[in-house]
Design a protein around this ligand. Structure first.
Ligand SMILES: [Zn+2]
Length: 357
């Protein structure tokens, strides 16, 4: 794999397909300092060029400058497995008994906590998961902390991939729609019966007050103009509607540990990386009222393992080497620490509400 990395270093992104970014795309501040230089695509090994990530002195976010233009960014997604084939719907029949029991416990918890009617469900799940916070945090994230909607409530998932999340939420009462720029993933979602539009949020620039919830799961870091994206989210939500965002956390323990080898730098696909406070401020400026921060799912073990693979020059997505024992302990400690201090988790999860009207 070293040779692939070396090839990327010598092959440049087409020069006339780069654009400069003179001020922070999150807050507009122009003062900054370089955070990482000479970064290359060491995750999917398909994007040519080397990249510099700058840290904004205003809000603490980091951003690429220069970066691929919106017209050329597709070059960075040639081998990007967004979201494979057909999404699963419900619980597959052929599951072994113990797996069905696992689903039943999970569903029992979600039904009790969020008011849904997932099936099969066991009432034991609510009691059991209350004793197991790491599993509970993952379960909460599965429904993106959204409560059961009133009849006819509409959910838009921006960057919906193959529609797996939307098919699941449709089964428990949401009217769902997706936005997905990747044609293959969008086709898979449509095959599952989900209404999907190609492109990004700009498609909705003129729309108003259509949705009761809008979700962006690891999407906003790929967007050229995150401020405009948040403004559009605000406009397309109905008063009282919920915005849910998850994005990598630049202030995470993974980034502190691995620095330029951290998985979530992912240049040049990640154009902007937020800290918890920079995302909060951006959401506030777009007009939202922030809600209580949900507990972070424990993902440090995976992020540490893949980052360690990048550091060793291995392919992080194809049988990454096992994490050495010392780093395993550090990853476990990192997850434990986020139990109460979400601001150090590998991802930021934020919920907010359009509160006018
Ligand atoms: Zn900034």
């Amino acid at each position: 794999m070293t040779s692939a990395v070396q090839q990327l270093h010598v092959k440049e992104w087409p020069r006339d397909e780069l654009e400069s970014v003179e001020s922070c795309p999150v807050c507009g501040e122009s003062a900054r300092s370089p955070l990482h230089t000479d970064l290359a695509d060491r995750v999917f090994f398909c994007a040519p060029g080397t990249w510099t990530l700058h840290r904004c002195h205003g809000c603490g976010s980091a951003y690429l400058d220069p970066r691929p233009t919106p017209d050329s960014i597709g070059l960075a997604y040639r081998d990007y497995y967004t979201h494979a084939a057909t999404p699963p719907v419900g619980v597959p029949r052929a599951q072994p008994g113990w797996k069905r029991m696992g689903y039943a416990l999970l569903h029992g918890y979600l039904n009790a906590r969020y008011g849904y009617a997932f099936q099969p469900a066991s009432a034991l799940g609510a009691a059991l998961l209350s004793l197991l916070p790491p599993i509970r945090f993952r379960a909460d994230r599965k429904v993106r902390h959204l409560r059961r909607p009133p009849a006819g409530a509409r959910l838009l998932d921006v960057g919906c991939g193959n529609g797996a999340f939307l098919t699941q939420m449709r089964s428990v009462g949401w009217d769902v729609e997706g936005l997905e720029p990747d044609a293959v993933a969008a086709a898979a979602a449509r095959e599952a019966g989900v209404s999907v539009q190609g492109g990004g949020l700009a498609e909705y620039a003129c729309a108003e007050q259509r949705y009761d919830a809008v979700t962006l799961n690891h999407v906003i870091e790929h967007v050229h103009d995150p401020r405009e994206a948040l403004r559009i989210c605000y406009r397309i939500l109905r008063p009282g509607g919920i915005l849910w965002i998850a994005t990598p956390n630049l202030a995470s323990q993974g980034h502190a540990t691995f620095g330029r080898d951290w998985l979530h730098l992912d240049p040049p696909r990640h154009l902007v990386l937020f800290t918890p406070s920079s995302l909060r401020e951006a959401v506030d400026r777009a007009g939202f009222e922030r809600l209580v921060t949900p507990a972070a799912a424990w993902t440090a073990m995976r992020v540490f393992r893949l980052s360690a693979a990048i550091k060793r020059g291995a392919d992080p997505l194809n049988r990454p080497p096992a994490l050495p024992f010392g780093l395993k302990c550090r990853a476990f400690q990192a997850d434990l620490r986020t139990w109460r201090r979400f601001e150090f988790a590998e991802e930021i999860v934020l919920t907010a509400r359009r509160s006018d009207g």
